[in-house]
Write a protein that binds this ligand. Sequence first.
Ligand SMILES: Nc1ncnc2c1ncn2[C@@H]1O[C@H](COP(=O)(O)OP(=O)(O)OP(=O)(O)O)[C@@H](O)[C@H]1O
Ligand SMILES: [Mg+2]
Length: 493
Amino acid sequence: MKIDAPATTPNSGGAGNTFAHLGSMMAGAMFVWAILQQFLPHDLRTYFDKYSQRFFRYVYPYIQITFNEYGGERFMRSEAYSAIENYLSSSSATQAKRLKADMVRNNQSLVLSMDDHEEVSDEFNGVKLRWTSGKRGSRRQSVSFHSVGDEESGFYKLIFHKKHRDLILGPYLSHVLKQGKEIRFQNRQRKLYTNNGSYWNHVVFEHPATFNTIAMHPDKKQEIIDDLMTFSQSEDFYARIGRAWKRGYLLFGPPGTGKSTMIAAMANLLKYDIYDLELTAVRDNTSLRRLLIETSSKSIIVIEDIDCSLDLTGQRKKQEKVEEGKDGEVRDPGKQAAKDPDGEKPSRVTLSGLLNFIDGLWSSCGGERLLVFTTNHIEKLDPALIRKGRMDKHVELSYCRSEAFKVLAKNYLGIDAHHLFDDIGKLLNEVDLTPADVAEHLMPRSPSQNAEVCLEGLVVALEKAKMEGESKAEEAKLKGEESREEAKVEAKE
Ligand SMILES: Nc1ncnc2c1ncn2[C@@H]1O[C@H](COP(=O)(O)OP(=O)(O)OP(=O)(O)O)[C@@H](O)[C@H]1O
Ligand SMILES: [Mg+2]
């Protein structure tokens, strides 16, 4: 960033005319001054210099700040420049006549910015200011002097009245940089990471799930959305109460109830990256810590099926019988069941290593992170692992009931009401069918299959499941009676 002394500026509209006027006045004055300089003695010239600067500052009360595209020692593209580019994208789209367009998000959407020598205005706390763009340097120069490729170097210039100096240099510029970074963050291509042993690999994350498509009771859904949004906006709160800016979610429920889908919906809602941690592939606690350190902020770290990942089901007192690992790590013999992907060496991650991962000192690095565990058997998990503070919010995803069914019907069939809804609602409250099962019946199997046919098929499936359930219950009852009879006979004998 470079703050310039007063100089001429480009023209624009009403305020622009004033600038143009001042500009030409100054140009004239400079010309006269250049001629006078040749005839004036040195002392007089210094004296004149000093007062002429003051005069110019008085008649031209504007300050300019230049933000160059490339700068610094290694001529890296300036962070401030790209933040400003993003910040100005919306005002450029509405104000500038010549625009530049660039592809983002894996060539899926366009970001507009103003073309060179364009100008846009902005307002902050009632203060008006202007941004202009430009380019300097020729292709040949940029190649020979710095390694920025064969591009010319662009710049943005901010022009404002000097009486607003404090406001602009302080709050306004930090607002611009913050907003610009936020826009860039929103436009970025999100990633899904997974660990290959102790290193992260990533692919582009594109999952269509959203909270709109998740079938669950609307109140429960809203509660989760509110919780997530509050978390993402609570940086100051977490700093004030002295807690790391992270939150743990435990999603539990039978298979096919939407746990993995909900994680994708969470990431899409908050625009976070996902780190899908395969715990059995992590060699030991040290590797686990390294993986944690390498995660970025604004991300969700997921451990799916935590009950199957490691033998974490035992109580912590088990660890009293630990044996010392080869690398000096505490090792629980019960945990040797988990193998690394090659099946060669067992994973030596321990429960205490995992607890450290969740809320040890290292877990606070980066900030703004969600940690999500999923399980089908919450009762198998060590209470220490899922206590509040570690897993702050426990969300049960359960069988599909009538409210959840309405969401599925809306999404899959595009209908809000149907005469079969009441029957289906009643049956769903009596039969345990997962949303995955219900969704399967709502998928059209041929182009001619309509909503009526899908719903009738679902009713048949539900009635069948109900009858099966009833006959199983009958069988169990009979068995129970038989065994009671036998017990009575035995007792008599
Ligand atoms: N609540 C739901 N809302 C919408 N779709 C759902 C829901 N639950 C399941 N589905 C559908 O069923 C499929 C399986 O769901 P998902 O993989 O999220 O289940 P899961 O709970 O993670 O199961 P598992 O415990 O076996 O991993 C998904 O493709 C999704 O389309
Ligand atoms: Mg799953």
